[in-house]
Design a protein around this ligand. Structure first.
Ligand code: F6R
Length: 268
């Protein structure tokens, strides 16, 4: 696990976008796992800037989103389909056939979830999964108590999350209580996970997730077992981390090491 602490939301977003763009430049047909919500908006903005100003090419990239409300039409302004188009896809050169987001109106949910898992496998697995964290420690919509081995399925949304999401919906009755989400096991299969956390209301849960015991009550805590986890938090979200100074020390030394490494030609 590597923990990077950036001063603010803007720097956190830029750092995340830099890592995602490096992944795409190294492997132009990368499979990205994407997330919605407030946290990744700055990252998407920076990736869009890189596409426009630096020619970052998404034409061979494939994406799988973590989740979608259920039931919800893709045209609903609060659907994750709508969000992804608005915040990211319509601004880049991604092939629409390469975009996968759970279908919020599918009738045979079980068959759809099986298909989603298969489609991820067929694409070669997720190279990099972008994640946010809910205040109850969820990743995707894997609410407290979700099996840490779970796969894509329909989930009931926790009362606290419904309350958190209410701010986006005009009518209280319209707030979805269900979602189709990748499971914790699906997320853990990604080759690399990139967890973002911003703001003081995430500081307690981030501490539980990365420094607390691994428990299904905080599903993000399973990420401690991931072979390649990178956490990027801003100052406010990292406020309660017990080992904050240690993470900063490691980052400083990692940067120093990079300047010392001699390549095969004998130069730095
Ligand atoms: C959304 C998702 C959720 C969010 C989490 C944090 O696709 O999977 O797990 O990442 O609820 O949301 P924000 O970023 O709005 O605080």
């Amino acid at each position: 696990m590597r923990v990077i602490i950036e001063k603010d939301y803007d720097l956190m977003s830029k750092r995340a976008a830099k890592i995602i763009s490096a992944q795409i430049r190294e492997k132009p047909d990368s499979v990205l796992g994407l997330v919605s919500g407030s946290t990744p908006i700055g990252t998407y903005k920076e990736l869009i800037r890189m596409h426009i100003e630096e020619g970052l090419d998404f034409s061979r990239v494939t994406t799988f989103n973590l989740d979608e409300y259920y039931p919800i039409p893709s045209t609903h302004p609060q659907s994750y389909h709508y969000y992804m188009q608005k915040e990211f896809f319509k601004h880049i050169n991604i092939n629409p056939d390469h975009i996968h987001i759970p279908n919020g109106l599918v009738k045979d949910i079980e068959a759809f979830c099986r298909w989603y898992e298969e489609a991820i496998k067929k694409a070669g697995g997720i190279d990099l999964q972008l994640l946010g964290i809910g205040r109850d420690g969820h990743i995707g919509f894997n609410e407290p108590g979700s099996s840490l081995g779970s796969r894509t399925r329909i989930k009931t949304i926790d009362a606290a999350t419904i309350k958190d999401n209410a701010r986006f919906f005009k009518k209280k009755e319209g707030i979805p209580k269900f979602a189709i989400t990748m499971g914790v096991g699906t997320i853990m299969d990604a080759k690399c996970c990139l967890l973002l956390a911003s703001g003081s209301d995430k500081s307690k849960v981030l501490t539980k997730a990365i420094e607390g015991p691994i428990t299904a009550q905080v599903t993000a805590s399973i990420l401690q077992m991931h072979k390649d986890l990178l956490v990027i938090a801003d100052e406010k979200a990292s406020r309660d981390l017990k080992n904050k100074e240690y993470y900063q020390h490691i980052e400083k030394l990692t940067r120093e090491l990079k300047t010392l490494i001699i390549d095969e030609k004998g130069s730095r």
